[in-house]
Design a protein around this ligand. Structure first.
Ligand SMILES: Nc1ncnc2c1ncn2[C@@H]1O[C@H](COP(=O)(O)OP(=O)(O)O)[C@@H](O)[C@H]1O
Ligand SMILES: [Mg+2]
Length: 382
């Protein structure tokens, strides 16, 4: 798959790409720069950037995650926490910051992919490999030894190891079986040594098989400190209106836009005229990704003269100007603005409720979940 300049700029820290020869495209006078997507699943650069960036405005949400984790540890229960928010609002970042605050725990991460069939268990594959320090490239007997070392005393060890090997791709002929059961026992055995945090990112792309595994672990694991953390865009509830419903150990957190002060502090450190900074803060509508992108566009390659810069910000998508590149951001920002100013009638009922009451709530099933306006789809790596 090829990425254009604007998409590349948006995702370059999350994916691995190589630049290819510029393309001649219909309707464009000049050849267009293009990048080939090599790997969307893992990029060493993503983590590096985090440490140097300011993290602002999410104390209550961070505390909620920490409380859920403390509950899992203190009560030896499984806690299922779902973080919801539009593209770029800060779900992944919040999870990273949270994971960095907990110690003496095993942190397993996996990420759902937006494309391709047969990737149902991809995030679990990443997680179980990570749990035993494998990359997936090892010979099958090394992987078998690594899984067996965790499971050694369990009467079902051989069966579980077999299923984990298939799940992790060491036996490509076989179809994964009894995955919920095998994953639950594996997590329970890991949790007998350290509390386990299993984080699954981009859950809105999950296939139902994966969600069934997570629900099975949430419902059936016993006497084990396990926290399951799912990150999803709000439209996740369209296809799963009852997610977490009826579970006493399930919580959802909605990430609303950053407030003005937090957004200002993100933009403030950049060498841009005050008026431009103000416009960025207003236009971004509290979406940190969008604020970052606007800063990057204007600082890296935007017009140099202040008046031109202002005009650049004034333009709207669809009018043949560069700002159209950031159409997704404008939409996200407008939506964020509506939410912040109380016009959240387009959100599902459950989310509206949680917005008006508090930012955090227990799950209640949504009897007739409504659609949200599929956000950020132009950022999807399809
Ligand atoms: N609270 C925050 N403070 C500062 N930067 C943030 C914050 N939340 C997100 N960001 C930044 O905004 C960008 C998008 O955040 P990300 O977590 O990837 O969004 P999401 O996962 O919701 O799509 C990232 O570069 C991230 O570092
Ligand atoms: Mg994310």
């Amino acid at each position: 798959m090829l990425l254009g300049g604007s998409t590349h700029r948006l995702v370059r820290d999350q994916v691995t790409t190589e630049q290819v020869e510029s393309l001649t495209m219909k309707g464009k006078a000049e050849p267009v720069a293009a990048w080939r997507l090599l790997d969307a699943a893992r990029s060493p650069r993503a983590a590096k950037r985090r440490a140097t960036n300011l993290f602002v405005g999410r104390d209550p949400q961070l505390r909620l995650l920490q409380d859920a984790f403390q509950r899992a540890v203190g009560e030896h229960t499984c806690q299922l926490v779902t973080v919801l928010g539009t593209a770029g609002i800060g779900k992944t970042r919040l999870a990273e910051e949270f994971a960095a605050t907990i110690s003496d725990a095993l942190v397993l991460t996996g990420r759902c992919l937006s494309y391709g069939q047969g990737a149902t268990y991809w995030p679990l594959r990443q997680a179980v490999l990570g749990a035993v320090g494998l990359t997936g490239e090892e010979p099958a007997d090394a992987a078998e030894a690594a899984f067996t070392a965790v499971l050694r005393n369990d009467p079902d060890a051989a069966n579980i190891v077999n299923r984990l090997l298939i799940l992790a791709g060491f036996n490509r002929e076989a179809v994964p079986e009894d995955v919920p059961w095998a994953v639950r026992l594996f997590l329970e055995l890991l949790a007998a040594q350290w509390p386990v945090l299993l984080e699954v990112d981009d859950l809105h792309w999950a296939e139902s098989g994966l969600l069934e595994v997570l629900e099975h672990v949430a419902d059936w694991s016993r006497d084990s400190p396990i926290m399951l953390l799912g990150l999803a865009r709000p439209e996740f509830y369209d296809s799963r209106p009852a997610w977490g419903g009826g579970k006493l150990n399930a919580t959802a957190v909605l990430l609303s836009p950053l407030d003005d002060a937090a957004t200002v502090s993100l933009v403030d450190k950049h060498d841009l005229p005050e008026a431009i900074k103000r416009r960025i803060v207003d236009t971004s509508g509290g979406n940190p990704l969008f604020a970052e992108q606007l800063v990057a566009m204007l600082a890296d390659e935007g017009p140099r003269r202040p008046r031109q810069r202002r005009r650049y910000l004034d333009r709207r998508p669809g009018r043949g100007c560069q700002m159209g590149d950031a159409a997704y951001g404008i939409r996200a920002a407008r939506r964020a603005h509506r939410v912040r100013h109380g016009h959240h009638h387009r959100l599902p009922l459950t989310l509206r409720r949680s917005l008006t009451r508090t930012q955090c709530r227990s799950h209640e099933p949504e009897p007739n979940g409504r659609r949200t306006d599929g956000s950020g789809s132009s950022m999807d790596l399809r």
